[in-house]
Design a protein around this ligand. Structure first.
Ligand code: ZN
Length: 88
């Protein structure tokens, strides 16, 4: 079964905190980062690796096991666990 397409993801951005650059994950629309080939992205729910579909308007889990356990994929709603290979 194909994974479920998600329209939002998290992207790593650097913020200036007390004069030091600090990376933070920010929830964004997939279309906001689709053209940014440098962007580090992950699933907003399970923090697993994701990939763009061909058109760049959706993301899918890279690993099927993530999608099966994630509420952004086929997993149960409300009982969210983290990916076995989270992107940090
Ligand atoms: Zn996920």
């Amino acid at each position: 079964m194909a994974d479920t397409a998600m329209e939002r993801c998290e992207v790593k951005r650097l913020f200036l905190v007390n004069g030091a650059k600090e990376p933070r994950w920010v929830n964004v629309a997939v279309t906001d980062v689709a053209n940014d080939s440098e962007a580090m992205i992950r699933c907003a729910y399970c923090h697993g690796a994701i990939k763009f579909n061909k058109g760049g308007d959706y993301v899918l889990h890279r690993w099927r096991t993530d999608g099966d356990n994630c509420q952004g994929g086929h997993g149960p709603r409300g009982a969210q666990g983290l990916s076995s290979k989270p992107v940090n």
